[in-house]
Design a protein around this ligand. Structure first.
Ligand SMILES: Cc1cc2nc3c(=O)[nH]c(=O)nc-3n(C[C@H](O)[C@H](O)[C@H](O)COP(=O)(O)OP(=O)(O)OC[C@H]3O[C@@H](n4cnc5c(N)ncnc54)[C@H](O)[C@@H]3O)c2cc1C
Length: 509
């Protein structure tokens, strides 16, 4: 029996635990998920909290209820990984041995890594919305803001959901317009990039969307410090941007145990193969979700597509064969643009976001790179999709490989088909009998204290006895045969240079 330990039970960890358990019987794979607490956060919900559009209870659920039967869930902090000995050291002093390790501990905001990021103005005029406590605090600041200069700022790329700061900006514009004080609020968007976004076409479209709303764009801003006294952000090239309310997205870093294990780069991202998500240092370690060095967005959609490719490769990995399925960096990014509209970007490592319909050719119902109500409603519906389909590993009508006209037929795309989608919607499996080790999981989700989700330690500032492997009683009974995972051929849409449509934007379908 092969022991697979999954570090992190967030988006990617929960998804891959569900997919592996459905695909392999317990006699073949012993699965353990480790996470520091029992609170699974729907992080896209943080964006809506400051505007009072979602409440914390809609964002947090009990982690254990999404871990399938027959998977051990260990609730404990991770101290380090010894890749040579193939062991994981837990904060309790216990050790887990593994044959295969999946790192899915994501990245976390580190405000203290920027000078002044933990100064006296934090929680007063300096805020962020990249964890639950901070987003709640920002809600109060937005509610009581009566006018002045609102600065939205990104410390450094990459950050998870790179469009979230733009979405916050658009929603703030709409929020103050609805409150009839938009004219009293000057909004400035400050980014380290040379435009509104990383991809040139999207950058142009989003830059136009900012200009249309009378939002100033300050580019190439490499922050040196947040001056809490003068209330301004200062760049290394000595630009000073004053604020009355600062919403700054902190540096995003992987957890400290990555550094302690010698597995990461200076941001604690784990270097991995762009196609297979296999660690460059150790072939028995994979990185799924935000924690790796994939050159695409850190986003739940990317985690989803990468997990699908991982699943396609896993039989070959188990058999010691070469991994043949390559992730193409496919990302979908929904962008809330305010007043009930949204935009959708679809791109991969090589391609620009295109226009066209999504996910179905011509029919849509979503439209790429255009502000539409359907895109907004898709983002609203995504919360239900996240809890009910995405993290439970059910099929979705989005293909892991980004497809272009004539390149791939929707129904044979890897991972999903219309038939799979219907089966996913109506063929709900029951979860809930997994083995949970200390601390005991509460039956009902309790909201974390304000300290939960905060970055681990200030010291990590930038720059510079195995738990019981009890199989769950329920899942031990072979009530239904475990369906074999059927690998489908993935097609790398970037392999054929002729299929990459050039700028200017051409229709995708
Ligand atoms: C404001 C915001 C808006 C977003 N909007 C979108 C969106 O619209 N669409 C989209 O696709 N994505 C969005 N995302 C990004 C998305 O949430 C992440 O990309 C996704 O959650 C990454 O999954 P992951 O499994 O890598 O990490 P996570 O889901 O963050 O899970 C990591 C897990 O590891 C655990 N962990 C970390 N360190 C330790 C440790 N030392 N010991 C034990 N456990 C540990 C954590 O508790 C956590 O449960 C958004 C993110 C934010 C912050």
């Amino acid at each position: 029996m092969r022991r697979v330990v999954i570090l992190g039970g967030g988006t990617a960890g929960t998804m891959v635990a569900n997919k592996l358990r459905a695909a392999y019987p317990q006699e073949q794979l012993h699965l353990t998920v480790v996470d520091q607490d029992d609170h699974h956060h729907y992080q896209p919900g943080y964006l809506f909290l400051p505007f009072g559009q979602l409440a914390p209870r809609q964002i947090v659920r009990a982690r254990h209820s999404f871990i399938p039967d027959g998977v051990d869930l260990v609730l404990c902090g991770i101290e380090s990984v010894d890749a040579k000995a193939k062991t994981v050291q837990l904060r309790t002093g216990d050790q887990l041995s593994y044959d295969t390790l999946i790192i899915a501990t994501g990245v976390q905001p580190r405000p203290e890594a920027t000078e002044g990021g933990d100064g006296p103005e934090v929680g007063k005029s300096v805020h962020h919305f990249y964890d639950l406590a901070a987003a709640e605090s920002l809600q109060e600041a937005m509610r009581t803001f009566r006018g002045g200069r609102l600065v939205i700022h990104i410390t450094e790329m990459p950050i998870k959901c790179p469009v979230a700061p733009l979405e916050f900006t658009f929603l703030a514009d709409a929020f103050f317009a609805d409150k009839k004080i938009r004219k009293k609020v000057e909004i400035v968007y400050v980014t380290p990039l040379d435009g509104a976004f990383t991809k040139p076409i999207a950058s142009r479209e989003l830059g136009d969307a900012l200009a249309k709303r009378n939002i100033a764009l300050e580019t190439d801003f490499a922050i040196e410090r947040i001056d809490n006294e003068t209330k301004e952000i200062v760049s290394f090239d000595d630009r000073h941007i004053p604020f009355d309310l600062l919403v700054t997205v902190p540096l995003n870093m992987g957890p400290d145990y990555i550094a302690a294990s010698g597995l990461g780069d200076e941001n604690n991202f784990v270097p991995c193969d762009q196609g297979t998500m296999q660690s460059l240092a150790d072939p028995d370690i994979f990185v799924l979700g935000d924690g790796g060095t994939l050159k695409t967005s850190k986003a739940g959609s990317v985690a989803h597509f990468a997990v699908d490719i991982f699943m396609e490769n896993f039989p070959d990995y188990l058999a010691g064969r070469q991994l043949t399925h390559n992730f193409d960096g496919h990302a979908n990014c929904f962008i809330e643009t305010g007043h009930g509209k949204g935009m959708l970007l679809d791109f991969n490592y090589e391609t620009q976001p295109y226009t066209g319909a999504f996910p179905l050719p011509v029919v849509g119902p979503m439209t790429l790179l255009k502000e539409t109500p359907a895109n907004h409603w898709a983002k609203v519906a995504f919360r239900w999709v996240y809890w009910n389909l995405l993290i439970t590993g059910r099929p979705l009508p989005f293909t892991a490989d980004m497809y272009l006209m004539g390149k791939k037929v929707e129904d044979t795309a890897s991972g999903t088909s219309t038939k799979d989608l219907l089966l996913g919607l109506f063929g709900r499996r029951k979860h809930g009998g997994s083995a949970v080790t200390a601390p005991k999981a509460s039956a009902r989700p309790t909201l974390p204290s304000s300290a939960a989700g905060k970055p681990a330690a200030k010291s990590s500032a930038r720059p510079a006895s195995r738990p019981a492997a009890r199989p769950a009683a329920k899942s031990a009974a072979p009530a239904a045969p475990v369906p074999a995972y059927v690998a489908q051929k993935g097609v790398d849409s970037t392999a054929d240079a002729a299929s990459v449509l050039p700028d200017p934007i051409l229709p995708k379908f």
